[in-house]
Design a protein around this ligand. Structure first.
Ligand code: FAD
Length: 322
């Protein structure tokens, strides 16, 4: 019996959400008095793999097969399920990231496992293995009891935090059995459309809504985001009106994000918008209407005109950086 955590890499590096998933998986391993093994797929340098020990992984399986250099949902799911079987891992943990959302149910099917996706807390230790998870686009929580022998948990980013747990990780090469049928779709090349920070993975997000009046006013949003190293996002009406691309639309019908900091400018805070952003760690709202619903969920609020407040923020950041 052991716990396996899948550590997703991007261009050979692990993101903060990976260290969080490892910390969470280590806590489950401790609950069950067992070891934690990590599995990495793709080209990751040994130093980076060793880093996983800092968060509690005692062994890292490294899959560096050429065929699996880029992410292939079905094939990655097969390799992770295969590793879980070989390691006799009955709990598989991964981050509920963009790719994690596709992988988790596939791994669960392969292992005939119960699935808790969007987990926000550790499983209970009362013999029931119940996991608290988000439901209905983050509007509610569900307590899901995983009754099958195998269990898959996809952890929401920012739900648990990164916890150091000095362990010396050993690295082992893992030879994966990749079936041709798992390689039905193969990514040949990834071409970056932009050098901007990618929204689903961003730790800082500057987002704006209809209060900005028109696409011509996004210059200051871009400038603020650049100064902070943040990604940009928007509300649905803004992308519906083609002021911004649909890839920036967050909310119930857009993408769900959990950055460390979400700055909402000229966005009212409708429930459908909040559904995609309310699990952000810190929310800052800038709105000229003190009654805007967004202020109810904000950690910090500025009641003011975006066209006055944002340039002042930019000025202050520039002065701070000088
Ligand atoms: P508005 O509601 O028009 O709000 C603009 C805000 O800007 C106001 O609060 C105003 O006080 C403020 N403002 C105006 N001028 C200024 C200024 N100069 N300075 C500062 N503040 C200013 N919406 C989403 O965002 N994402 C979704 O995924 C989504 N899915 C939906 C799904 C369904 C089924 C439905 C019915 C709706 C959905 N919506 C979604 C739409 C949602 O209900 C709201 O209509 C939308 O979020 C409002 O966008 P907004 O806040 O940009 O615009």
């Amino acid at each position: 019996m052991s716990v396996l955590v899948y550590v997703e890499q991007a261009e050979g590096k692990f993101k903060k959400s990976v260290y969080e998933a490892v910390s969470y998986a280590k806590a489950i391993a401790d609950q069950q008095s067992t070891n934690l093994t990590a599995i990495s797929i793709g080209n990751v340098a040994e130093d980076e793999l060793k880093e996983l020990g800092k968060y509690g992984a005692s062994k890292v399986l490294n899959v560096s097969t050429e065929q699996l250099k880029t992410f292939v949902n079905q094939a990655y799911a097969s390799v992770i399920a295969n590793a879980a079987e070989k390691e006799s891992a009955d709990v598989v943990v991964l981050s509920n990231s963009f790719s994690g959302k596709g992988l988790a149910p596939r791994i669960a099917v392969k292992l005939k496992a119960g699935l808790a996706d969007g987990a926000v807390e550790l499983p209970t230790t009362d013999g029931k293995f119940a996991v608290k998870k988000t439901a209905f686009s983050g509007k509610a929580f569900a307590i899901t009891e995983l009754t099958s022998a195998n269990k898959v948990i996809a952890l929401n980013p920012n739900a648990f935090g990164v916890k150091e747990n000095a362990t010396d990780a050993t690295i082992e090469n893992f030879t994966a059995d990749v079936k041709q049928s798992d390689l039905g779709t193969v990514i040949k090349d990834i071409v970056r459309a932009t050098d901007k920070v990618s929204l689903p993975d961003a730790e800082l997000v500057v987002s704006a809504g209809r209060g900005l009046k028109g696409p011509e006013n996004w210059g200051m949003i871009e400038e603020l985001a650049n100064l902070l190293g943040a990604a940009t996002a928007c509300s649905k009406p803004v992308s519906d009106a083609d002021w911004r691309p649909h890839s920036e639309h967050v909310g119930q019908t857009g993408i769900s994000i959990s950055p460390n900091l979400y700055i909402a400018i000229g966005i009212s805070g409708a429930i459908q918008h909040l559904a995609g952003v309310s699990s952000s760690k810190v929310i800052v709202v800038i709105n000229k209407d003190p009654e805007a619903p967004f202020f109810k969920v904000a950690d910090y609020g500025i009641v003011g005109d975006a066209f006055e407040v944002v340039p002042k923020l930019i000025e202050a950041l520039k002065a701070h950086k000088a």
